[in-house]
Design a binder for this molecule. Structure first.
Ligand code: FES
Ligand SMILES: [Fe+2]
Length: 376
């Protein structure tokens, strides 16, 4: 991700930038398709060093509006098949999709019975809170093994118009909360404007982009590397970029404040020309597959007023920057010991911080730090 440039900006982006040549060959329709089309015959997860598991945290599953009362949906995230449903009490529940009886996928054809999920194969009924079978309509008894609470419970919450699930590979309870973004439920702000991608790479590589200062010039074509301040808290990462932005009314001081709470809650506030909140939803599907949905909201009086055209241009430009990064991320290998040079930004510091989002003790290589950390 990088600073937005409006079409009128004093944007001294300089062609030719290598990845633009890939993107410029596509028509608008081809680009839309390219954003979500799977790359076939890509190198294995092991060849790309992406077999490092998934960082734990809260992740967006669906928009709240995408799951009605009584509805069941199939999802695949964190390398798992999942079934998610909304009970008659309005609460969302989720569990592994495969039925413990004879293995039907309950995300396909399963139905909601009260607040339980009923398997489409023989109607066993699951209570998602405990992952146990509460009813088998044709049987006089329930096998004891499925009466015991399962150790896996998916913690679910709804905030910012989204359904969030807590992922932890060892099933630890949530260590922090989903933060509230007031704009996301403010009636004076626009409905979410959405753009969707599939990235054929890892969340960690994508997250590292924000501290990779040198790429801004060579991927996004900025004239200079923007001045950025980075801060790392207990679970959060914060960055502020201040940049001059060109507008029809002259140059204004723009500010881009990005916050990540854990690996899965990411948002960016743009100010200066038109206030914009981007809720960036990035959820791992597999170790080399990330589902990305960007949701934007802006104050109605700005988006529908004088600066409406600029407001739209901000959104289009941020989307374009993700396209540019995607060209790299789709093929990128994770270098556990990268060779870092002066001017690269705090990549080593970022990796040291990001390692805290992984569960301890599974022997994965993610904790290796670059040898040149001291000079980066
Ligand atoms: S496979 Fe689910 S009830 Fe039989
Ligand atoms: Fe970028």
């Amino acid at each position: 991700m990088a600073a937005p440039n409006t079409s009128e900006a004093t944007d001294a982006r300089t062609a030719p930038v290598a990845v633009w040549q890939v993107l410029e060959r596509m028509s608008k329709e081809e680009l839309t398709e390219w954003r979500v089309t799977e790359i076939q015959n890509r190198p294995s997860v092991e060849d790309r060093n992406l077999d490092i598991g998934f960082p734990f945290g809260w992740y967006p599953m669906l928009l709240s509006s995408e799951l009605a009362v009584g509805e069941v949906k199939a999802l695949r995230y964190f390398g798992q098949e999942l079934a998610i449903w909304r009970g008659e009490d309005g609460e969302v529940r989720m569990m592994g999709a495969y039925c413990l009886h004879l293995g039907a996928h309950m995300g396909h054809g399963g139905k909601v019975h009260g607040n339980m999920l009923e398997c489409p194969f023989h109607a066993w009924r699951y209570d998602g809170n405990e992952g146990v079978v509460k009813e088998i309509p044709y049987s006089e008894s329930i096998p004891p093994r499925v009466q015991k609470p399962c150790k896996k419970t998916w913690h679910i919450t709804e905030k910012n118009q989204l359904i969030w699930a807590w992922y932890h590979p060892e099933d630890a309870a949530p260590l922090y909360d989903v933060l509230d973004l007031p704009e996301a439920s403010d009636p004076n702000w626009t409905e979410f404007d959405e753009c969707e991608w599939r990235i054929w790479g890892s969340l960690q590589n994508v997250a590292e982009n924000g501290v990779d200062f040198a790429h801004f010039k060579y991927v996004h074509g900025t004239a200079d590397v923007p001045e950025a301040e980075m801060e790392f808290g207990e679970w959060d990462r914060r960055g502020i970029v201040r940049a001059k932005m060109g507008t029809p009314k002259g140059v204004v001081d723009g500010e881009i404040a990005s916050v990540s709470q854990g690996p899965g809650q990411n948002w960016v506030r743009f100010s200066g020309i038109c206030e914009t909140l981007l809720v960036a939803c990035l959820t791992p599907v597999d170790e080399d597959h990330l589902h990305v949905r960007y949701f934007y909201t802006q104050p109605k009086e700005q988006a529908e007023g004088m600066v409406g055209r600029v407001a739209k241009a901000i959104i289009a430009d941020v989307n374009k920057q993700l396209d540019q990064d995607k060209v790299i991320w789709d093929r990128q290998k994770y270098q556990p010991r990268p060779i870092i040079c002066h001017g690269d930004g705090p990549i080593a510091k970022f990796r040291m911080f990001y390692a805290k989002y992984y569960a301890e003790g599974d022997g994965k290589p993610r904790h290796l730090q670059p040898k040149e950390a001291a000079t980066a």
